[in-house]
Ligand binder design. Structure first.
Ligand SMILES: CC(C)(COP(=O)(O)OP(=O)(O)OC[C@H]1O[C@@H](n2cnc3c(N)ncnc32)[C@H](O)[C@@H]1OP(=O)(O)O)[C@@H](O)C(=O)NCCC(=O)NCCS
Length: 332
């Protein structure tokens, strides 16, 4: 028989606070039109995007994360020393090691919190949330900070018509902590590595030659990704509702990854969400910020009063990998 004592975690976990940081510079479609042959009308009708934010040199991955996290910690009503885990989901931190999470944990003033980065593309927030829930329930941390942060403008080829208008920068963070009742449902997640070529970095860092190559950027097969998102992700979203025991009628808020407003519209239709469900459309003014998009959209819905604390929300992230993660949560 094992001599190891069982872990003592919380019965359940919930999101206790949320915070966001959007870079100061707002970039309208007109700026994108300086480098690609397109139009404001085309970009709006095909993606829903009107403006996005681009980070300055000072708005680093760490700096944006610290701003968003400070707000999330205040919103949760706890202090940074109480945080036992910091998970940073990003694909645009350019230093392989050490993890940027350790710098963020230190600068926030945590008490030596466990800190690590994960790479799960646009599903990164859902992956981090699932890990955080596990840590709180298992008892290895009472409070865990989950940060989604990107500087995708660094990885955008402004001459690529398929992607130049899509991406933006920003950071979103949530604090996950103990709960007496279920407030983060089971996650439906997975990967489809056979489709890994549909969204990828143009050149690997170790094969990049600055004298001949363009700086590495994210490239995608737009239509293939669009079809996958529209057909497959609606099924994943439905499954997340089912395993949480929530019907579409019982849902208050839908926060899908902010990739493209047409994908959002299509999912709303396939899921037969009633008019009463508030749908996040932060993509219009934030663009696609990958791992940051769901917490940023969540923060905005709560800040504008379109959603309220205690609402039941379905969140689903999907993207490069291809990977996905969907779960039902109670809003902080
Ligand atoms: C990128 C995306 C908006 C492109 O829209 P699309 O309808 O698939 O566009 P296509 O590539 O099929 O091109 C359709 C037409 O628009 C043109 N076009 C392509 N990009 C254009 C642009 N930026 N501006 C104007 N015209 C453009 C094409 O030349 C083509 O013209 P044609 O019909 O005369 O040949 C769309 O594929 C998409 O949203 N994909 C998913 C992207 C996404 O969300 N990725 C992240 C997932 S995490």
């Amino acid at each position: 028989m094992s001599k190891i004592k069982p872990s003592k975690g919380a019965p359940y976990a919930r999101i206790l606070g949320v915070g966001g940081y959007r870079p100061t510079r707002v970039v309208p479609n007109e700026v994108i039109l300086e480098t690609i042959d397109s139009s404001d009308e085309w970009i709006r009708s095909r993606s829903g995007i009107e403006t996005r934010h681009w980070a300055s040199d000072e708005e680093t991955v760490a700096a944006m994360s610290i701003e968003a996290s400070g707000k999330a910690i205040a919103d949760a009503g706890i202090s940074a020393e109480q945080i036992g885990g910091v998970i940073v989901s990003t694909v645009s931190h350019f230093k392989q090691t050490p993890a940027v999470a350790t710098e963020i944990a230190h600068k926030l003033g945590t008490d030596k919190a466990a800190a690590f980065d994960i790479s799960a593309g646009c599903a990164g927030f859902g992956y981090g949330l699932t890990l955080a829930k596990g840590m709180v329930v298992e008892g290895s941390a009472e409070y865990v900070l989950v940060i989604g942060v990107e500087r995708l403008s660094d990885l955008t080829d402004l001459e690529d018509r398929a992607t130049a208008f899509l991406f933006g920068d920003g950071a979103g963070a949530v604090v996950v902590g103990p709960s007496k009742e279920p407030a983060i449902g089971p996650t439906v997640w997975g990967s489809e590595g056979d489709k890994s070529e549909t969204i990828k970095q143009t050149v690997a860092w170790d094969q990049y030659d600055s004298s001949t190559d363009k700086f590495p950027a994210i490239t995608q097969e737009g239509q293939a990704v669009f079809r996958w998102a529209v057909f497959e992700m609606a099924k994943v979203a439905k499954e997340a509702l089912d395993v949480a025991g929530i019907t579409a009628d019982e849902l208050d808020v839908f926060i899908p990854h902010q990739a493209n407003e047409r994908i959002i519209d299509s999912m709303v239709k396939t899921l037969k969400l009633p008019e009463s469900v508030t749908v996040a459309r932060d993509v219009r003014t934030t663009g696609n910020t990958s791992a940051a998009s769901i917490p940023l959209a969540m923060e905005r819905l709560l800040a504008t009063g379109e959603a309220k604390s205690g609402d039941t929300a379905l969140v689903i992230g999907f993207g490069a990998g291809l990977v996905y993660a969907a779960t039902v949560v109670t809003l902080p």
